[in-house]
Design a protein around this ligand. Sequence first.
Ligand SMILES: Nc1ncnc2c1ncn2[C@@H]1O[C@H](COP(=O)(O)OP(=O)(O)OP(=O)(O)O)[C@@H](O)[C@H]1O
Length: 391
Amino acid sequence: MSKELIRLDNCTMAFDNEIVLDHINLYINDKEFLTLLGPSGCGKTTTLRIIGGFQTPTSGDVLFDGVRMNSVPPYKRAINTVFQKYALFPHLNVYENIAFGLRIPKADASGKKVKLSEKEIHSRVMEMLEIVNLRGFEKRHITALSGGQQQRVAIARALVNRPKVLLLDEPLGALDLKLRKDMQNELKRIQQAMEITFIYVTHDQEEALAMSDTVVVMDRGKIQQIGTPEDIYNEPKNAFVADFIGESNIIDGIMRSDGVVEIFNRRFQCLDGGFAPDEAVDVVIRPEDVDIVPEDQGQLKGTVTNVTFKGMQYDIIVDFYGFKWLIQTTDLSPVGSRIGIKIDPDGFHVMKKSQYSGLFGDYSSYSEEYEEISDATFDPEEGDQEGGDEK
Ligand SMILES: Nc1ncnc2c1ncn2[C@@H]1O[C@H](COP(=O)(O)OP(=O)(O)OP(=O)(O)O)[C@@H](O)[C@H]1O
């Protein structure tokens, strides 16, 4: 999966002088499952349309196998697309829907139009039915299929002429949650079975993390981070990515020195470094990395204000001088109880301030209150401070 197939080189797209894609640099490997993820309007579909040839970038280049493709039309790109509204032919049965594209004569290498034989068409359609798990449904009418089955037919139709790349624009958006999850697994399996490149667009972070080899997080026409699902989740590059991918506690902090970060006027041991002394930073702490301990053992202390049962865990909100900590835990702490909070050094993700800093709450206004209770006794020489930091 290491050979580069597609490259977007400094692609910018403007509509009526409004920039909707801003210097996008991206490469996509052969056989990769790559997902463009971001909120509505961030430019995912425009990026996909540029790759598909439905739109030409205002500036920058689109390269396939190193060849510039800017003005090559979609049908010459060895690419197919599956949209959310999959536009199957309602008057044709499953078999004919999938066979449709194969019946259109194609030009061979010499430019001569060639038709596939019925035998060849049959073998290709049956192979696709096998891959999308719809053997036995050949004669069914489209209207007599469930949403998930219709989506499989759309995928089979897009794959039957063996494109190198399949573009999928929110293809599961119309399905209910259970079916979505089933189809996520199916899509991953189909992509691996067919060994082709999938470029997938979604605004659903769980979906992106579950299926992709590579996730490209976008916002406001810019790429915010590119990485494996694990990278994106565990090492978000800025407060936007941290907030968009999963849930986070995002706190204004100061990096006092390598391995020592200060939040709420207290110093904590962390694993990050490389910042200027006393640099203002964003500190991201995942809800599952916050431990609830007896009040007298907490690095911070607070009152439980809200508990929600989530099936696998409780979501607990703990009020700390106006800051609402989100904590995910399997142990129930009742509303109103006083608890201690403990965070291991690897639970801190320290990142540079960005354009997103402060969007998630400015906690500096609470400083007067917690300054009173500040008693930063942490000494990096001695290690983590345990409890007793609140007067
Ligand atoms: N043909 C067009 N003319 C003018 N503006 C456009 C056009 N196509 C897209 N835009 C604008 O470009 C921006 C990015 O749109 P795009 O469809 O790429 O976003 P998206 O991330 O796919 O959003 P969604 O998840 O809602 O589909 C939006 O502000 C949109 O209004």
